[in-house]
Design a protein around this ligand. Structure first.
Ligand code: DHB
Ligand code: FE
Length: 277
């Protein structure tokens, strides 16, 4: 059966793509952000995952407001990126892992999650940039994208996203394969891009949330979506991907490395690498 080696979580600001293209990772604005990934590169070199199951939220590239599934799972042989209008170059396609996709889809539907299955799926900055940050030399893993709606209300609750993550973890562990799987979650931490509270950041909450993922992973499920928006901003609710990731990893974890830096663009940029024990 497949093994889950751990979880990786990071923010996914489009400006990161521009910084990579310009090669400015060591400039003072960017250094504290990019340096946070160095110990994780070393860890990934040691644990060598084969597959990444990636929880992320699409921002209008694949799903627009006319059709917005709450939960969707990719089942394609490859996932293409496309121009989202941020001015960042598109990246080459990412390889899929269709046998795991279908196993996941069957397990999720059996577990009463009414997901949308996508045999074609464009992936946006929330999928492409984190993979580039974790594997800057090129993506050596195959991928399964899982998209959670955080852009159009109503959003799924933290409790529901945790349950989804747990079911994804069960599915991976029951996949008849000797592959090593890492679960990735992208988004957050606190940020609000529009409205009266544009620029809102909540460092104490972010740090408490990051701590909770190590020892008390269900802590954030006590909050309603509206409470999470209040505490983290309208886009801060992307932290749901971190929660689903941690639930998928399950059990106890070792903190490999974490980083937290304010701001990258309008966002409190967090990163965690957790090894499954
Ligand atoms: C920014 C953050 C995001 O999560 C996103 O999807 C787009 C932009 C930002 O801070 O610029
Ligand atoms: Fe986002």
């Amino acid at each position: 059966m497949a093994t889950i080696i751990g979880g990786l979580t990071t923010s996914h600001v489009p400006a990161i793509g521009g910084a990579i293209v310009r090669g400015v990772q060591q400039e003072p604005y960017w250094k504290p952000f990019f340096d946070g990934f160095l110990p994780v590169h070393q860890w990934l070199g040691e644990v060598k995952p084969d597959v990444a199951v990636v929880f992320y939220n699409d921002h209008g590239l694949n799903f627009f407001l006319d059709k917005m599934p709450t939960f969707s799972v990719g089942a394609a042989a490859e996932y293409r990126n496309a121009d989202e209008g941020w001015g960042i170059p598109t990246l080459p396609p990412f390889k899929g892992q269709p046998d795991l996709s279908w196993h996941l889809i069957e397990h999720l539907v059996d577990s009463e999650f009414d997901i949308t299955t996508c045999q074609e799926m464009l992936v946006d900055h929330a999928f492409t940039l984190p993979l580039k940050l974790f594997w800057p030399q090129g993506c050596p893993v195959t991928t399964v994208p899982i998209c959670i709606n955080t852009v159009q209300f109503p959003l799924p609750s933290a409790k529901r996203c945790y349950a989804l993550g747990r079911a994804v973890g069960e599915a991976i562990r029951s996949w008849d394969s000797d592959k090593r799987v890492v679960v990735v979650g992208t988004g957050g931490l606190s940020h609000q891009l529009d409205g009266e509270r544009a620029g809102f950041i909540n460092k104490p909450f972010d740090l408490k949330f990051m701590d909770s993922l190590v020892e008390d992973p269900q802590w954030a499920t006590q909050f309603s979506i509206h409470e999470l928006v209040e505490k983290t901003g309208t886009q801060g609710v992307e932290l749901l991907m971190w929660l689903a990731t941690r639930a998928a990893v399950g059990g106890r974890v070792r903190k490999v490395h974490t980083n937290y830096h304010i701001p990258i663009s309008n966002t409190a940029a967090g990163m965690m690498a957790l090894e499954a024990l």
